[in-house]
Design a protein around this ligand. Structure first.
Ligand SMILES: Cc1cc2nc3c(=O)[nH]c(=O)nc-3n(C[C@H](O)[C@H](O)[C@H](O)COP(=O)(O)OP(=O)(O)OC[C@H]3O[C@@H](n4cnc5c(N)ncnc54)[C@H](O)[C@@H]3O)c2cc1C
Length: 296
């Protein structure tokens, strides 16, 4: 199907883009990688009258370290993260997410910020970034503001973005050392959205788990932090009983819904299995072992 008719703009500056978005309000949409928006327009699930393409705006493709944070500009593509040596060194959990997202053509066009703005409950970026200290910076007619990712995504496909606003970038705190993280996703077919996914980021003190963050993707309307499982593990040394308890708490934290990808029981079970795999890989990485991305 063809999309309904729209007017296309390709501004060169953020101010110009904000002015266009403000002028056209609810009838306008930002176009970044187009990998979610264009399919929705073709299916006529979305029908914006005005498209504001941000791809010609300079300075939005950043991927750099700034002090103790990683800065990801609005035009940073999934593939940029996947290819980055810096990211592999400081946040390999993001390298996992990049190589598990969609397929190569989608990764070459789709942006991380676009995924956050889209807020798909099964999206890999909302899921993995929820395990980290992630901020979202927005520019709009009233200036710039920064919100935590947890504040920014308010529900499935719903964010704090107001008409006229653009996500200009994300920033992710670099976790304390020795630490490690891993993101594991289960998909029905290679390149598909997750049936379930789990991200784990740990900070270790020898064999003691000093801090841990556990995020669940495709297991609720937004990414979920398994807070009770985190509390159970913090300050403790691994044992079979402790890990079994943490796995149970992860399953309980999941709020999946039944769909063509699986039943509630099946997805809860997957949450536990993926948690174990992600935790093992995260601890191995914290101990300096090379661990390849897990294709579950
Ligand atoms: C075949 C296929 C498979 C896929 N598989 C996966 C997968 O496995 N995992 C996964 O996570 N995703 C998957 N996706 C989605 C893909 O990752 C998209 O790239 C991503 O969800 C959106 O990023 P985008 O840059 O393409 O955004 P766009 O499609 O350009 O925009 C998406 C939405 O976000 C808004 N938006 C985009 N950028 C901004 C911004 N900077 N500021 C404000 N609003 C903005 C747009 O207005 C629109 O509403 C898949 C897509 C396809 C086509």
């Amino acid at each position: 199907m063809y999309p309904s008719e729209f007017e296309y703009f390709a501004p060169r500056t953020i101010d110009e883009a904000i002015a266009l978005l403000t002028r056209y309000g609810d009838e306008a949409k930002v176009l970044a990688g187009g990998q979610s928006l264009v399919p929705m327009m073709k299916l006529r699930i979305a029908g914006p009258r005005y498209l504001v393409d941000i791809n010609r705006i300079e300075g939005l493709a950043d991927l750099r370290r700034e002090g103790d944070r990683l800065v990801i500009g609005a035009l940073c593509r999934h593939a940029d993260i996947g290819a980055s040596r810096l990211v592999r060194d400081v946040l390999p959990i993001l390298t996992d997410a990049a190589s598990l997202t969609a397929d190569i053509p989608v990764r070459n066009r789709g942006t991380v910020a676009g995924s956050i703005a889209h807020a798909d409950p099964a999206g890999d970026w909302p899921a993995v970034l929820a395990a980290l200290d992630t901020d979202v910076t927005v520019a709009g007619p009233a200036g710039s503001r920064t919100a935590s990712l947890a504040e920014f995504i308010v529900d499935a496909y719903t964010t704090q973005l107001e008409p006229g606003e653009i996500v200009v970038g994300l920033s992710v705190g670099l976790p304390p050392k020795p630490g490690g993280g891993a993101y594991v996703k289960f998909e029905k077919r290679a390149g598909d959205f997750a049936v379930a996914s789990v991200g784990v980021q740990v900070h270790m003190n020898g064999t003691e788990c000093r801090q841990v963050a556990i995020s669940l993707g495709a297991l609720g309307p937004t990414a979920i932090r398994a807070a009770h499982a985190e509390q159970a593990l913090q300050g403790r040394h691994a044992s079979d009983d402790l890990l079994a308890d943490a796995e149970r708490l992860v399953r309980e934290a999941a709020q999946p819904f039944a769909d063509t990808r699986g039943s509630v029981e099946y997805k809860r079970h997957l949450a536990g299995v993926l948690f174990r795999r992600a935790l093992t890989a995260a601890v191995d990485r914290a101990n300096g072992r090379e661990v390849a991305t897990i294709h579950a």
